[in-house]
Ligand binder design. Structure first.
Ligand code: CTP
Length: 210
């Protein structure tokens, strides 16, 4: 295994990927030190839509591979493995655009990457040493998504429902669910699954001790 361990956390929209990643991060960061662990979000690599009208942005399919700048994400993972810091973009789900400020991410012994389509792309998959799939029931994900998109992403019930039926649900069956076969660890019951969090933490400690 390479010096940097890269862990993918994939799964449906609102399945608890970011909660799982941030919980592992919070529980290990003090122990591993400042160059110990970092998180990249696939969401940060959504393509900028600032050249489009708001109507065009709202109608865009954000659940297909071409919505993401995966080449930049791959480059950033490679750079971090090579010991180079990267500037992770910041993305607004409210305006559907990249924000002017990026977030510096320093190289770390463990890089967690979380996102819906990480395991669907063979050239991305080969970047990951460990792959986790959040197997949260789709009805639980949908309820979370409705609440989150209305409270945090400037949406309303009608827009969430239309987008879900047109793009989000089909993408789950076309892209996300089939990619579960590539996971090393399938996590049920969402991002608070303490046993799964402990398993990943134990594996990380074991790799760092080698
Ligand atoms: N999306 C959107 N509008 C955009 C860009 C993305 O509605 N301008 C939606 C896509 O439809 C996609 C979702 O964002 O389904 C991807 O983010 P998601 O995985 O839901 O966010 P996380 O916070 O990573 O989810 P989790 O709860 O699993 O942590």
């Amino acid at each position: 295994m390479s010096k940097t361990t890269v862990i993918a956390i994939a799964g449906a929209s609102a399945s608890g990927k970011s909660l799982f990643a941030s919980t592992v991060y919070q529980e290990l960061v003090a122990e591993l030190g400042s160059d110990g662990i970092a998180i990249l979000a696939e969401d940060a690599y959504y393509r900028d839509q600032s050249h489009m009208t708001m109507e065009q942005r709202v109608l865009t399919n954000y659940d297909q591979p071409s919505a993401f700048e995966h080449d930049l994400l791959k480059q950033h993972i490679r750079d971090l493995r090579d010991g180079k810091a990267v500037e992770m973009p910041q993305y607004s789900h409210t305006t559907h655009t990249r924000l002017p400020e990026s977030i510096p991410v320093a190289p770390a012994k463990v890089i967690m990457v979380e996102g819906i389509l990480l395991l669907t792309d063979p050239s991305l998959r080969e970047q990951f040493d460990i792959s986790v799939f959040m197997d949260t029931p789709l009805d639980v994900c949908l309820l979370r998504r409705i609440k989150r998109d209305i409270e945090e992403r400037g949406r309303n019930l009608q827009s969430v429902t239309e987008q879900y039926e047109k793009y989000v649900r089909p993408a789950f069956f076309d892209h996300i669910f089939p990619s579960k076969q590539y996971a090393d660890l399938v996590v049920t019951r969402g991002g608070r699954n303490e046993i799964a969090i402990d398993i990943i933490k134990t594996k990380i400690r074991q790799l760092l001790a080698e």
